[in-house]
Structures are given as C-alpha cells and as structure tokens.
Design a protein around this ligand. Structure first.
Ligand code: PMP
Length: 309
C-alpha cells in the first residue's frame, strides 16, 4: 500500500511538525548522492494500554551509534527525539505503526566530504502490516541464497544502519524476488551465513538455537537480541557467537528470520530445498508466539522494553 492510500499527514523534520507533502529536501542533498544517512526502523504495537513502542531506547541508541563512524552530529537529544516521536504518533492517531527516524547530510556542497553540509533529522510514522506478506508468519517463506555477498566489516561498518548499505540489500532481495522467492539469505565475504537483506537469521538444530555472531558482518539486530533473551528465558540454549556455513542451512531442523519489520518469520525452503518438514517448526512457533504475546502486551513481563504513547 502506498503512502497516498494511508491516513497519515504529518512528518517531524528538524524540530517542526510539517505537513506530509511539505517534507521536502533539495535534489543536491549529500545523503541522496552518497548514501550518507543513518536510520532506524521500530514498531509501535496496539496494546490494551494503548500504543506502545517496542525497544525504543535501543533503537535510539543504535541511531546515535550509527552516526559515529560518519562523524555526523545529530542536533537533537534522545529525549527530544522521543518526545517528537510520541507526539507524531498522537497527532496522527496511530494505534500500531512503523517508525522511521533518519539523519543525513543535507544541502550545501557536493564534494564527497560532507564539509559544511548540515545534518538533517526527520521522523515518519505510518501503518505497516506484515513485512513479508500476510501468510508468511504462519506458513513461512521460500528464500534463496543470494549471489551477492555482504560487504565485509573491514569495508564498511556493518554495525551501523547506514542508508548507503541498503543498495546491497536491494540487490539481494530483488534478485530473490525476480527468481520467485520471497527474500534472500546473504552470505558474508568468507562465504558463511550473514543475514537477510533486512533480517537476522536463526537456525534450530537438535533443540538448540544458533545465530551468526556479530563478527559475521551482520547488523546487531534488536529483534535478534529480543529473541535470544526470550529463547533463553524459555530454557533454550542459544549459540549467538558462531559461524554458520551454507550447508548448515540445508541440514537445519528449522530456520527463521527476525527483524523489526519481519518480526519472527519462519523459512520453509532454501534454494528449493525443504527445511525440516517444510512448515513452521515447533521451536519457531514457540518463540514466535512468545514474541507476539510480549509485543501485544498479553503478559506483564518485559515491560521495561516498552515506551507507551
Ligand atoms: N539486518 C539488517 C541488514 C537489517 O536491515 C535489519 C533491520 N533493521 C535487521 C538485521 C534486523 O534488525 P532489527 O531487529 O533491529 O530490526
């Protein structure tokens, strides 16, 4: 669904709430030419206590951390960005939504050096349903291993959520979709499993859970961290500092993706090879249902993860 079909009308830009159609930038913006922006993607869930943003503090922290390698000075404090976001959700009367903060080098000159380009900061929020399709959560998705590799962390900071990095995600994801798959799995430069274009990956084998370590050129996903915590609290052993080779994708009992947009999405085939019995496996199901119980606040536990609107 395009933005024009949504009931949204306001964007926060550099300290002001502006009409959706007026949230414009110059075509010679540095960030447009060189991908010099950093961003976040968080979800706000509709709960019995009203809208609640999931792990907002961690998203904001990663936002500020992502700016560091680029020496980008965000001109607003975390408290100001939080206040702006809460007000943006209230003004648009959104119950559940996706929240997209972005900061980027703006308009002044176009050398690769950002020089005097100002840092622009904006926040948008809009309703966004299931990222990988309606039945993906229940039935899982078919994925392919992309022929594109992730950039190595020696080439670009992969732990920063930088706009420019996402051309790699786009190449991998579109290659997959062009070939009839819902999403890609991207290997790192060494040829081991890294992550999805916008998701972290988990593997289940013999009742234990595995996910590539942070040194495998992955984003330090907040849903990844959530799932590790939930799984350990459910009594699972989680190996979160391992390399996973490509062949292990085929011998896994279960595989699933995690992400703020993708939530917990089962994978049922990789390169047309069936994973486990080809449906959402029992461990994935338990973690997924626990995840949704938590984010929809059907439990009092983990309340510290929520910022109520
Ligand atoms: N990896 C990449 C490349 C991503 O873009 C995302 C989405 N932000 C993730 C992993 C998952 O991270 P999170 O759970 O924080 O959304």
């Amino acid at each position: 669904m395009g933005f024009d079909e949504m009931d949204v009308d306001t964007i926060w830009m550099d300290g002001e709430f502006v009409d959706w159609d007026d949230a414009q930038i110059h075509v010679l913006t540095h960030g447009l030419h060189y991908g010099s922006g950093i961003f976040e993607g968080a979800r706000c869930y509709d709960t019995a206590e009203g809208p609640a943003i999931f792990r907002w503090e961690e998203h904001l922290e990663r936002f500020f951390q992502s700016a560091k390698p680029y020496e980008m000075e965000i001109e607003f404090t975390a408290a100001e960005l939080t206040e702006a976001t809460l007000e943006l959700i209230r003004r648009q009367d959104l119950a559940s939504c996706y929240i997209r903060p972005i900061a980027f080098y703006g308009y002044e000159s176009l050398g690769v050096s950002p020089g005097d380009c100002p840092t622009k900061t904006a926040i948008a929020a809009w309703p966004w349903g299931t990222y990988l399709g309606e039945d993906a959560l229940e039935n899982g998705i078919d994925v392919m291993v992309s022929s594109w590799r992730k950039h190595a962390s020696s080439q670009i900071p992969t732990n920063a959520k930088t706009t420019g990095l996402y051309v790699n995600s786009m190449l991998a994801g579109e290659e997959a979709r062009r070939n009839g798959y819902a999403e890609a799995i991207v290997l790192n430069k060494e040829g081991d499993v890294a992550e999805g274009p916008g998701e972290n990956l988990f593997l289940v084998r013999d009742g234990e859970i595995y996910t590539p370590g942070l040194s495998e050129s992955i984003l330090d996903g907040i849903t990844r961290d959530t799932v590790i915590t939930l799984a350990e609290d459910l009594g699972y052993t989680v190996h979160d500092n391992v390399s996973i080779s490509r062949g292990e994708l085929n011998t896994a009992d279960e595989l699933f993706f995690t992400g703020s947009a993708a939530e917990v999405t089962p994978i049922r085939k990789v390169d047309n090879v069936v994973v486990g019995d080809g449906s959402r496996g029992p461990v994935t199901e338990e973690i997924q249902s626990t995840f949704f119980e938590v984010v929809e606040r059907e439990t009092d536990e983990y309340d510290e993860w929520f910022q109520y609107v």
